[in-house]
Design a protein. Structure first.
Length: 194
């Protein structure tokens, strides 16, 4: 088990870090890109994991010279994801960390998902009630790679950022954690990278 005794709080990203939902999100983005005429690139969309959908659409508009309404496209993507009726499985390595430390230090989830979706996913696995804090796209002005999500989680737990460790699966999320003054461990293909 990874030794986190030097930290006073843990913050997990959700999609791709704590739960294996990135495949379904990527599938929903592909269907959304097809519907709105965006080119689809799997690696590009994976790299945007943790970025709120509205901000993802703004990035895609800029990258591909489109002017679609970000809220409309994000809403379509959300509905498409929900229509997939996918209940993501937990990622065992990060779940083991969660379970090992949950009794001794506060744990939060900081996600780019909206609050209803995040609460639904976490409730499916009985995790929501075990959290000290949940910060979603609905709770911040600036999504990842801005550090606000993780800084807000630290604030809600009453722990200074430098005493928090973040678990993330994307470079955007890693940047958010490091820019927030936190240590970050990466999850790659459902495996913890020390």
């Amino acid at each position: 088990m990874i030794n986190l005794s030097n930290f006073k709080a843990i913050i997990f990203d959700m999609d791709g870090t704590l739960v294996d939902s990135m495949g379904a999100h990527i599938q929903a983005w592909k269907l959304t890109c097809d519907a709105f005429g965006y080119p689809f690139n799997h690696d590009y969309h994976y790299s945007l994991g943790g970025v709120p959908s509205v901000e993802t659409v703004q990035l895609m508009n800029g990258k591909y010279g489109k002017s679609h309404n970000p809220a409309e496209v994000a809403s379509f993507k959300k509905q498409t994801f929900e229509d997939l009726n996918h209940v993501p499985e937990l990622i065992q390595e990060t779940l083991d960390v969660f379970n090992h430390y949950k009794a001794s230090i506060p744990i939060a989830v900081g996600t780019g998902s909206d609050k209803p979706h995040a609460e639904w996913v976490l409730n499916q696995h009985g995790l929501l009630s075990q959290l000290s804090a949940l910060v979603t796209a609905d709770d911040v002005e600036n999504g990842k790679p801005h550090p606000e999500t993780f800084l807000r989680a630290a604030e809600l737990m009453g722990v200074a950022p430098q005493h928090c460790v973040v678990f993330e699966d994307t470079e955007m999320g890693q940047k958010a954690a490091l820019d927030g003054g936190m240590t970050c461990f990466m999850v790659d293909n459902k495996k913890l990278i020390y």
